[in-house]
Design a protein. Structure first.
Length: 162
Protein backbone atom coordinates (compact mmCIF):
# COMPACT_ATOMS: atom_id res chain seq x y z
CA UNK A 1 0.00 0.00 0.00
CA UNK A 2 1.30 3.47 -0.87
CA UNK A 3 0.87 6.16 1.78
CA UNK A 4 1.16 9.90 1.36
CA UNK A 5 0.38 12.88 3.57
CA UNK A 6 -0.36 16.34 2.23
CA UNK A 7 -2.73 19.27 2.36
CA UNK A 8 -6.21 17.98 1.60
CA UNK A 9 -7.84 18.75 -1.71
CA UNK A 10 -11.52 19.75 -1.51
CA UNK A 11 -12.48 16.25 -2.69
CA UNK A 12 -10.25 14.55 -0.09
CA UNK A 13 -11.63 16.81 2.63
CA UNK A 14 -15.21 15.94 1.67
CA UNK A 15 -14.37 12.21 1.50
CA UNK A 16 -12.61 12.00 4.88
CA UNK A 17 -15.50 13.79 6.58
CA UNK A 18 -18.06 11.56 4.83
CA UNK A 19 -16.20 8.58 6.27
CA UNK A 20 -16.09 10.15 9.77
CA UNK A 21 -19.84 10.86 9.73
CA UNK A 22 -20.59 7.32 8.48
CA UNK A 23 -18.37 5.82 11.22
CA UNK A 24 -20.36 7.67 13.91
CA UNK A 25 -24.02 7.03 13.02
CA UNK A 26 -26.60 8.89 15.06
CA UNK A 27 -24.06 11.33 16.51
CA UNK A 28 -25.25 14.66 15.13
CA UNK A 29 -22.10 16.48 16.26
CA UNK A 30 -20.08 14.74 13.52
CA UNK A 31 -22.27 16.27 10.81
CA UNK A 32 -21.94 19.69 12.50
CA UNK A 33 -18.16 19.27 12.67
CA UNK A 34 -18.07 18.22 8.99
CA UNK A 35 -19.82 21.43 7.94
CA UNK A 36 -17.67 23.57 10.24
CA UNK A 37 -14.31 22.15 9.18
CA UNK A 38 -15.09 22.20 5.46
CA UNK A 39 -16.26 25.81 5.91
CA UNK A 40 -13.11 26.72 7.85
CA UNK A 41 -10.96 25.38 5.01
CA UNK A 42 -12.97 27.28 2.38
CA UNK A 43 -12.69 30.54 4.31
CA UNK A 44 -8.98 30.17 5.14
CA UNK A 45 -9.64 29.86 8.88
CA UNK A 46 -8.10 26.36 8.88
CA UNK A 47 -5.98 24.04 6.77
CA UNK A 48 -6.61 20.30 6.78
CA UNK A 49 -4.04 17.66 5.92
CA UNK A 50 -4.74 14.02 5.09
CA UNK A 51 -2.99 10.69 5.13
CA UNK A 52 -3.93 8.67 2.07
CA UNK A 53 -3.57 4.95 1.45
CA UNK A 54 -3.52 4.20 -2.28
CA UNK A 55 -5.23 7.55 -2.82
CA UNK A 56 -8.01 7.01 -0.27
CA UNK A 57 -7.96 9.43 2.70
CA UNK A 58 -7.62 7.41 5.92
CA UNK A 59 -6.43 10.04 8.40
CA UNK A 60 -6.58 13.75 8.98
CA UNK A 61 -5.43 16.69 11.03
CA UNK A 62 -6.39 20.35 10.88
CA UNK A 63 -4.48 23.48 11.78
CA UNK A 64 -6.96 25.97 13.16
CA UNK A 65 -5.79 29.49 12.34
CA UNK A 66 -8.61 31.63 13.76
CA UNK A 67 -9.53 31.88 17.46
CA UNK A 68 -13.21 32.18 16.54
CA UNK A 69 -13.29 28.52 15.41
CA UNK A 70 -15.65 26.60 17.69
CA UNK A 71 -12.98 24.24 19.07
CA UNK A 72 -10.91 27.24 20.20
CA UNK A 73 -13.80 29.31 21.59
CA UNK A 74 -11.69 32.48 21.73
CA UNK A 75 -8.90 30.92 23.81
CA UNK A 76 -6.03 32.88 22.28
CA UNK A 77 -3.39 30.89 24.18
CA UNK A 78 -4.38 28.04 21.83
CA UNK A 79 -4.72 30.04 18.60
CA UNK A 80 -4.30 33.77 18.28
CA UNK A 81 -4.96 34.34 14.58
CA UNK A 82 -1.43 35.68 14.07
CA UNK A 83 1.46 33.51 15.27
CA UNK A 84 -0.09 30.53 17.10
CA UNK A 85 -2.25 27.83 15.51
CA UNK A 86 -3.91 24.77 16.97
CA UNK A 87 -3.69 21.19 15.70
CA UNK A 88 -7.18 19.74 15.90
CA UNK A 89 -9.27 16.81 14.64
CA UNK A 90 -6.21 14.56 14.52
CA UNK A 91 -7.17 10.95 13.80
CA UNK A 92 -6.54 7.92 11.61
CA UNK A 93 -8.54 4.79 10.85
CA UNK A 94 -7.64 1.87 13.13
CA UNK A 95 -6.27 -0.30 10.29
CA UNK A 96 -3.58 2.33 9.62
CA UNK A 97 -2.78 3.28 13.22
CA UNK A 98 0.63 2.83 14.82
CA UNK A 99 2.60 2.90 11.58
CA UNK A 100 4.00 6.46 11.78
CA UNK A 101 1.61 8.01 9.25
CA UNK A 102 0.20 10.60 11.66
CA UNK A 103 3.70 11.51 12.85
CA UNK A 104 4.79 12.19 9.25
CA UNK A 105 1.64 14.20 8.61
CA UNK A 106 2.16 16.31 11.76
CA UNK A 107 5.73 17.08 10.68
CA UNK A 108 4.33 18.29 7.36
CA UNK A 109 1.75 20.37 9.21
CA UNK A 110 4.48 21.94 11.31
CA UNK A 111 6.55 22.74 8.21
CA UNK A 112 3.49 24.31 6.56
CA UNK A 113 2.72 26.37 9.68
CA UNK A 114 6.29 27.67 9.96
CA UNK A 115 6.41 28.52 6.25
CA UNK A 116 3.18 30.52 6.65
CA UNK A 117 4.37 32.63 9.57
CA UNK A 118 3.24 30.69 12.62
CA UNK A 119 5.78 30.60 15.42
CA UNK A 120 4.06 27.94 17.54
CA UNK A 121 1.40 25.25 17.46
CA UNK A 122 -0.72 23.89 20.28
CA UNK A 123 -2.42 20.52 20.63
CA UNK A 124 -4.96 19.19 23.11
CA UNK A 125 -5.19 15.78 24.69
CA UNK A 126 -7.61 14.26 27.17
CA UNK A 127 -5.70 13.71 30.41
CA UNK A 128 -6.88 10.09 30.49
CA UNK A 129 -5.27 9.40 27.08
CA UNK A 130 -1.78 8.55 28.35
CA UNK A 131 -0.68 7.01 25.02
CA UNK A 132 -1.58 10.13 23.03
CA UNK A 133 -0.02 12.38 25.65
CA UNK A 134 3.24 10.42 25.40
CA UNK A 135 3.19 10.77 21.61
CA UNK A 136 2.57 14.54 21.75
CA UNK A 137 5.35 15.01 24.29
CA UNK A 138 7.67 12.96 22.04
CA UNK A 139 6.77 15.28 19.13
CA UNK A 140 7.93 18.25 21.24
CA UNK A 141 4.61 19.58 22.55
CA UNK A 142 5.95 19.93 26.08
CA UNK A 143 4.83 23.32 27.40
CA UNK A 144 1.48 23.08 29.17
CA UNK A 145 -0.40 26.28 28.24
CA UNK A 146 -4.03 25.61 29.13
CA UNK A 147 -6.41 23.07 30.59
CA UNK A 148 -10.18 22.87 30.46
CA UNK A 149 -13.10 20.52 31.07
CA UNK A 150 -14.62 19.63 27.70
CA UNK A 151 -17.51 17.18 27.34
CA UNK A 152 -16.87 16.13 30.95
CA UNK A 153 -13.19 15.31 30.33
CA UNK A 154 -10.07 17.15 31.45
CA UNK A 155 -8.21 18.30 28.34
CA UNK A 156 -4.59 19.44 28.55
CA UNK A 157 -3.16 21.76 25.88
CA UNK A 158 0.52 21.76 25.05
CA UNK A 159 2.58 24.11 22.90
CA UNK A 160 5.57 23.62 20.59
CA UNK A 161 7.70 26.45 19.24
CA UNK A 162 8.40 26.06 15.53
Amino acid sequence: MEYTSHRASPNELARIWEKDVAANPGEERWERWRLEYIGYNKSGRAVTFVVTADGDPVGQGTILLDPSCSAIRGRTALCDGVSVGNINALRIEKAHEGQGHISRMVRGMEEYAAAHGLRALTIGVEAAEARNLAIYLHWGYTKLVHHDIEDGELVLYYRKEL
